[in-house]
Design a protein around this ligand. Sequence first.
Ligand code: DP6
Length: 331
Amino acid sequence: MRTATARAHPNIALVKYWGKADEELILPVAGSMSMTLDAFATTTTVTLDPGAESDVFVLNGSPATGTALARTTRFLDHVRELAGSSARARVDSVNEAPTAAGLASSASGFAALALAASRAFGLELDERALSRLARRGSGSACRSVVDRYAVWHAGTDDATSYAEPIEAPDLRLVIVTVDGAQKAVSSREGMRRTAATSPFYDAWISSTARTLEDMVRACAAGDLEQIGGITESHALRMHAVIASSEPPVRYLAPASVAVFDAAAALRAEGVFAHATADAGPNVCVLTTPGEAERVAAAVSPHGRVRIVGPGPGAHLVDEPVAAAAAEEVAR
Ligand code: DP6
């Protein structure tokens, strides 16, 4: 029986991806840059089942249906095409992120699935090819293939759109899970709406390309102030272009804004603290290892906090996801 197990972590973008140039291939309108986290892993076992008529996807012990199963099957179709196989597969996945943490599990999920499925189907992909494959499941997943810090080159076609590692200073993110609104509009849908309706979309695309160049230079130079400044202003620019869609979309809740204020107050005291947020109300505050505890204490009135650092890219593991462990998580 052909089987493989892989583990991958979510990533948080410091220069954001928002908008697709190609929906089918998931090519972004601009490049982005992220930190792969050392927490909230997804572990996925893929086992070929040549006798089966359809794929099975078990997430945290429960069989998935609907969109989650359809997206997995579509992804496996792509792997089957690459491998020249028609075998169906069973996918067992355990996600360590608490659902309420609101951390997008699609990045860790598709990065782990790309590695486990490619191996189970007999493909030996290098990091670039694996990143391109993960991108087909979810754009941001191509960055979770990479250790620590990644740049996703926008590219112009399937071959040129991939993530690769870059050097950057050792940083921490204080993740603040704020109470409040559930995500109303998915990233995928929100991106479509912004592209179709925002009068600022062209400016978003051209300015993000420049911002990414500035960020890569700042990382290479170890220029913390630049890295922090770009992180916060680019996140707010993304939320601004999203808010300018019709009908408008607003992901930040009052408590999210309070965390941005807390970061500003910390900066006024000389602490390195710069906030960012994805397509939801939770906020991450970028800081240094030495200041992370102080930042965590300062933002703790606004939600549950967790300090995370740069972590490993997608990698194979020996131990398959045991059905029993998966069921344990589900309970
Ligand atoms: C706000 O990668 O989840 O987190 O490609 O449609 O699957 P799809 O979208 P996804 O979008 C992530 C958007 C973001 C910014 C980022 O991670 O760069």
